[in-house]
Design a protein around this ligand. Sequence first.
Ligand SMILES: Nc1ncnc2c1ncn2[C@@H]1O[C@H](COP(=O)(O)OP(=O)(O)O)[C@@H](O)[C@H]1O
Ligand SMILES: [Mg+2]
Length: 264
Amino acid sequence: MKGQNKPVVLSVANQKGGVGKTTTAVNLSVALAQNKKRVILVDLDAQSNSSSLFCPKEIEALSSIHSVFQNKKNLSELLQETRIEGLKIVVAHRQLAELEATLAGSPDGFFRLQDSLKTDGIQDEQTGLPFDFIILDCPPNLGLITVNSFISSDFLLIPLQAAKFSMDGLMAILDTLRSIQKRFHASIQVLGALFTMYDHRTVISQAIVDSIKEYIPVFQTRISRSVLVEEAHLTGQTICEYRKKSKTAQDYFHFTKEVIDGIV
Ligand SMILES: Nc1ncnc2c1ncn2[C@@H]1O[C@H](COP(=O)(O)OP(=O)(O)O)[C@@H](O)[C@H]1O
Ligand SMILES: [Mg+2]
């Protein structure tokens, strides 16, 4: 893994909504924590979907990631406990959506998240130990918050659905990635594409996977579609907690193992 005290920072991104970014970010975070990793999940989406799974009560903007983008607080001041041992969350706030314009007009607007990670010696207060992973759940666009996320990250993970237009979306995100790597000398690398809501029975799904593989690595594990995911969310849980023996939860556990093995 990276330097001893530095967490691995991973963006979960795709400009399309509803492709499984949040579901992937939350289940990866839970499964990493269950693998004894110390994890911070950061919700970067104004819709606060991952926040609401771990922090049902509303949290003021000042105690959310909003403060980082406003240069008011560092990430370590914003960590909220979760019910999962080893997992902390930094919640989002609906006001995040209004920040894009402010960030665009400011010279350090691209770097605020990265600055807050750099200046912080982020440690787990209870154990005094550093964190192993920071998982960034990106909004469904390639705006400045996503750019901040890419600039801060070591790796990019792209959840994709095996659908007709997934290739177009992928090209757009890879273009953004390349220009960020070039313009900002950012070290972010693609870790891989993860197929979500996957239907193992259709031939067309496999054909789409094969075409994506020509461009970027694809995780061997594909996340099966199941109504249990929605059911879990309705009860305020992740599928990895709600039905850990289900096929979809097992898929997420296998995928997490691939992530751990892929970056050591
Ligand atoms: N494997 C799955 N099987 C069935 N439904 C899923 C699965 N993964 C995600 N969903 C559902 O699809 C919707 C979009 O997923 P979400 O993770 O919120 O996507 P995004 O963050 O990209 O917008 C949600 O309602 C979620 O419950
Ligand atoms: Mg989401």
